[in-house]
Design a protein around this ligand. Sequence first.
Ligand code: F0G
Length: 487
Amino acid sequence: MANPNSTTIKFQSGEQIPVELHKVRIVQKLFLKPIEERMQAIEKAGFNTFLLNTKDIFLDMLTDSGTNAMSDNQVSSMLQADDAYAGSQSFYKMEQALQDVFGKHYVLPVHQGRAAENIISQVFIKKGDVIPMNYHFTTTKEHMELNGGKVLEIYTDEALKIKSDVPFKGNIDIDKLKSVFAEYGKDHVAFVRMEASTNLIGGQPFSMQNLRDVKKIAEENDTMLVLDASLIGENAYFIKKREPEFRDAEIKDILLEMCSYADLVYFSSRKVSSTRGGGIVTNSKDLFLKMRDLLVLFEGFLTYGGMSVREIEAMAVGINETCDDTVISQSPSFIEYAVNSLDAAGVPVITPAGALGCHVDSMGFLPHIPQEAYPAGALAAAMYIISGVRGMERGTISSVRDENCNDILADVELLRLAFPRRVFTLSQTMFVVDRLKWLYKNRELVGGLKWVEEPPLLRFFMGRLTSTTDWPQKLVAKFKEDFGESL
Ligand code: F0G
């Protein structure tokens, strides 16, 4: 059913097309460099898209983190910022906005989402604890493990299926949650974590009913429920779109209900409010006091937490804009358009379309590349070479090695092409779809990757790899043959 407030609008042909419900007032010039130069750039970057320089990138679809477009109201609010180490008026505005949107009284600002993870993990996890969750995020897991915790992913059977029409693949399996408490005992469960729009499995949301059920079990076991709200706006949008009970609900009310079940809510405002920074909010004075001192130690004083006052102002405006259907539906509508176009052409992508980006199933795309040769990393490099589009590997490279130094093969090997909020146009989206379809036709030309330099921690950020054969050169030759030019 069409959503009257969504950015997707029916055309005469009957086709549902995402239309930009904003106009562009400030622009940044982009460059589409010739394929030979892109080839050199990826070699220089060790076949790791994190190490590319943006001057060599056409469409930067690495992430939505810190790259969502700001609104005119956000930018103008930054001019009013009140510079002060302590007691800044900007902080009180942001505090009020977070209290209104998340319904939590105590606000701890941090410099970005992982800083919240650091504090929460240090305060609430003790050695030997387990933390059940729908799925981990990279930095979340590292912080939890550094503090002696063990992550237990208790997703439903549907969660990792690439092609599916299940609307809430981010749900926790309630029976598995009950078994965790039965097996480990509530004293060894640090807390239950729910991640909105589960990032690493394709931006898949959970339902409100699932959250209610999770809360009930956590409460019965006197255990905290922690909500990672970095992508909560999109999750709320999917609840409205896909959970019949909420069809006529306001996004604001859905957000408030979601947060009401969590004892702690934390977030990266690089995502949720199109600015920088992050925060932790709670209604419990006791929980607030437990975290307060670490905040001052790691982040800065209580009224800025490592953020600039200008970012704090923009966050106050941005968090309210997340409650606007036309704002929050923009990225999911464009993702849905890309996913449906690719799916119709037989390109393996995660369905149903989720939040954050279009997620390409690299094992389905490149079945001839074994997981040990990193198909998702190879696909990210190949896509950059043939299009100048930078995506992110979300597979085994983003994972770690076990105690015997063997790769822990990821559950899913994904190339994520992020759609930061209100950044890319429909023709740019069509370009991405077109180039990906070409790559799929020529997929047998793509080969694997191997390590040249492999850092032990979060290796995907800084590690360098190389191609296992001269496949990149062959891909370039075929591209030039088919397109008759280098762009
Ligand atoms: N939680 C989730 C669900 C995230 O997606 C991220 C970041 C974080 C926590 C950490 O927040 O970057 O502000 O420290 N995700 C980014 C991404 C990096 O590209 O998906 P941060």
